[in-house]
Design a protein around this ligand. Sequence first.
Ligand SMILES: [Zn+2]
Ligand SMILES: [Zn+2]
Ligand SMILES: [Zn+2]
Ligand SMILES: [Zn+2]
Ligand SMILES: [Zn+2]
Ligand SMILES: [Zn+2]
Length: 214
Amino acid sequence: MAPIHKNPIQHLLHPNHSLTLFDSNTKYVCDGCKTLGIGKRFNCSECDFDLHEYCGTCPMNLSSFLHPYHSLKLVTRMPHGNRQLDRICNVCCDSIEGLFYRCKTCEFDVHPLCTLLPQTLRHVLHEEHPLRLLSSSESRTCVICKGACNAFSWRYRCALCDFDIHMECMLVQCKKQKTWLGISNEIHLLNKRNRMACLKDLHQMELKEEEKKK
Ligand SMILES: [Zn+2]
Ligand SMILES: [Zn+2]
Ligand SMILES: [Zn+2]
Ligand SMILES: [Zn+2]
Ligand SMILES: [Zn+2]
Ligand SMILES: [Zn+2]
């Protein structure tokens, strides 16, 4: 692994050693949010300890469009706590352990990485308007998989045209044989976490495209 020349960080989850940012193509499990990662990570060279780049540097308090009314607080859930229920991420519906964001008032919990999902994305099947990431109690049909967008599930939506696509279906190759991101490596998409990271890449590409047009 080659270190990236950035200053090492200190993290509350690993107080005794500093962590250095590395880039490597191997997979790891983040010791912060306990989900898979690939590529960049903060690593302790003395221990087997890794953090996603974002989990290593995300703020203690976050305001996010995913939960507009309250700011979210970074909390750590100990693995052997005395608890009744598994916590679920309100955005991706996977279980939550370790490091996550929470609104205590609303019991809204979200993985740090899920807060990086882009608020708007464009899709080749609906070039007229950008789609906006929303959760809604209204039941709709996903344009891609024709499945139901269930109550309270997150979807990218154009409210003007009643056009909905599941968060995960945004990356499916559609009729026109083209997604916005030229993803050639299917294996890369097998993992849900990676697919969600791709949505972020997609948004970055859109921003670059828009820059070019100016
Ligand atoms: Zn993480
Ligand atoms: Zn260490
Ligand atoms: Zn999540
Ligand atoms: Zn709240
Ligand atoms: Zn779908
Ligand atoms: Zn529209």
